[in-house]
Design a protein around this ligand. Sequence first.
Ligand code: COA
Length: 273
Amino acid sequence: MTSVLRPGGDLALEYPLVFDEEGPGAHFALSEGDEVLSVCATLERELIYPGGRTLVGFIGSVATPPDARGQGHASRLLAEVEGALKERGCEHALLWADEPGFYQRRGYSLDGTETDFLVSKIPTALIDSELNVRPLHASDRGQVHELYTWHGARIERSARETARLLGCPEMRVLVATRGQEVEAYVCFGRGADLAGVVHEWGGSPAGVLACLAALLERADSLFVMAPGEPGPMGELLDECGAIRAAGRLGMTKPLGAAGSLPHGAFVWGLDSI
Ligand SMILES: CC(C)(COP(=O)(O)OP(=O)(O)OC[C@H]1O[C@@H](n2cnc3c(N)ncnc32)[C@H](O)[C@@H]1OP(=O)(O)O)[C@@H](O)C(=O)NCCC(=O)NCCS
């Protein structure tokens, strides 16, 4: 996977839940004798949304070595893996595609809702002066996990998994505190896929805004990913004059007779993988 997708890098550092030996991820290879023809990884996760929860299988890191491409290997592997996910109770397969056409021709469609903001200034008048912003301490991880669970729609993950994700290299995590209490947090950057992006945040909108203002001290603008209905956080960013754009989050395929994913279920993603 790394030789095709991150030559010279290390995918496992970017996606610890998928690649940790003790983690919940699984890896599949189609091979012939000693020759590996195509590979991919999966992560089973529960999507929690207002009104329910559903088990889904994320598929990622699909890769065929250049000299073995165009012979149907990835298609065969994908079909096998979808079957395995279905047997394990997943109703949908979810993924992010570098080549959406490849997956569209195999039954996937664009799905999930995301709102993206480009923020270039935060007026001082909007910043709560009683908040203090500082880098995450290891002892904050439990409180950050608690704040993550405030999201009505999210991907289920344990406090231990949150701690593991917060430790990813090349990720800056800031927290906003009021007294001793961590009131909000913001995660900026992670690996090649999320470089330069605020991809996860939680807690009070005022605290998130204070963290974004601190990040803006070192950047001209920030790309902030938010769920489909960004709520009060979105309103605050609108007040800051941020540019707002609605987008599709990824691609999904029903496995079996499930129909499409409930509206509002697929609104966060890469942050929990
Ligand atoms: C995308 C990829 C996994 C396809 O693997 P594969 O084993 O060649 O796939 P298949 O033989 O089953 O199907 C070939 C399909 O890939 C497309 N394709 C893309 N790049 C190709 C290439 N360099 N050579 C041959 N086919 C290629 C073909 O158009 C074909 O699509 P179609 O059948 O819908 O027309 C492979 O090209 C790859 O590893 N690419 C780089 C990594 C990547 O982009 N992974 C996806 C991350 S989500």
